[in-house]
Design a protein around this ligand. Structure first.
Ligand code: ASP
Length: 337
């Protein structure tokens, strides 16, 4: 399946085919969450648990294995994200990510632990495992963000290897794009691999991570939501966590992941909180939501999960009760036309 088939104009028509299965999958998931919490009593946490954006089974499996052998949620999300960063076929994250309009691959990543610590790197060239650099920023510097050349220098000083991140197929895609050079920062609606991941470990602690190459053919220096605290990721170990994917500008304008965690603090379920965060974007006056995608995932302290998007085709992988499944998310255009 092509990774970057952009949604042109209001192509919501013809999206009905998968609607039924999508909702079915989503409802079944939500119902099983409820049943499980009834059976377990509300004080029982579903753990270990991993949830990640898009169809990322290997990343989730990697994280789950770490949790199953007693590793921390922090270690799990970092290692899970590294799988996608190393996957050269994925064109929205790590090596092989699609470049900016000048042909430079620039990566963004952030990580948040159960103590509320946060680290991020923005617009980094030549370093594949930016999620690990973000963790180093969090743990080994007094800062929370490093950007561009400074981030690259820091990574090298920490022993990270420099390498060319532009693969042959991404270079070819960029050459083709240059023929028209149309700048349409519209997020694709089908398979994707920008990864936001949340995990609960056996202690019941929550951590999260997010890593991306951002929008294809973006302006040089453009950074989206993914590495920004409260935008692409937010974790509060008392409440839960949330992560975003899609058009970062729209996520940032509503501080989406922070919003979801705060809504859960006020008593909303992860599903209700994700739905409200999507509604905030869609219900803005003159929102152009038919032309872009945003998707959220969330988990609360009990291990209940939620996911919601604007358009169809957003999916997430979840590992719980020893099973790793890809589930199609419910979406707002299913209800609103
Ligand atoms: N949210 C990312 C960004 O705006 C892109 C994505 O999720 O595909 O940079």
């Amino acid at each position: 399946m092509k990774r970057r088939k952009f949604l042109q104009k209001a192509s919501v028509s013809g999206l009905g085919v998968f609607a039924a299965s999508s909702i079915l999958a989503c409802k079944t998931e939500q119902e099983s969450d409820k049943t499980q919490n009834k059976q377990n009593g509300t004080s029982t946490i579903v753990k270990p648990l991993v949830i990640a954006t898009w169809n990322t089974p290997l990343a989730v499996e990697t994280a789950a294995k770490i949790l199953e052998r007693g590793g921390s949620a922090l270690e799990a999300v970092e290692e899970g994200c590294r799988i996608e960063e190393a996957n050269e076929e994925g064109q929205s994250v790590g090596k092989g990510g699609l470049p900016d309009r000048d042909g430079n691959v620039t990566l963004d990543a952030c990580i948040m632990d159960e103590k509320g610590n946060y680290g991020a790197v923005l617009c980094v060239k030549n370093i594949k495992h930016v999620i690990s650099v973000a963790r180093k920023v969090m743990e080994d510097t007094p800062h929370v963000m490093l950007v561009g050349e400074g981030a690259e220098q820091f990574a090298v000083s920490q022993g990270f290897e420099k390498e060319d991140l532009l693969t042959e197929s991404s270079r070819k895609a960029w050459e083709k794009w240059k023929e028209k050079s149309e700048y349409k920062p519209i997020i694709n609606i089908e398979n994707h691999d920008t990864i936001g991941m949340l995990a609960i470990d056996n202690n019941g602690d929550i951590s999260g991570a997010c890593t991306t190459s951002g929008l294809a053919y973006k302006m040089a220096g453009r950074v989206g939501d993914s590495p920004i605290i409260g935008g692409g990721l937010f974790v509060d170990n008392e409440i839960g966590g949330a992560a975003a994917t899609g058009l970062g500008e729209e996520v940032l304008k509503t501080v989406g992941s922070f919003l979801i965690v705060e809504l859960m603090r006020q008593g909303k379920s992860p599903q209700e909180a994700c739905e409200e965060a999507i509604a905030r974007i869609v219900n803005k006056p003159n929102s152009d939501y038919k032309n872009f995608q945003v998707g959220y995932i969330a988990v609360n302290k009990k291990g209940e999960t939620g996911a919601y998007s604007i358009h169809e085709w957003f999916s997430y992988n979840i590992y719980k009760n020893k099973e790793n499944k890809n589930i199609k998310s419910d979406f707002i255009l299913n209800r609103k036309q």
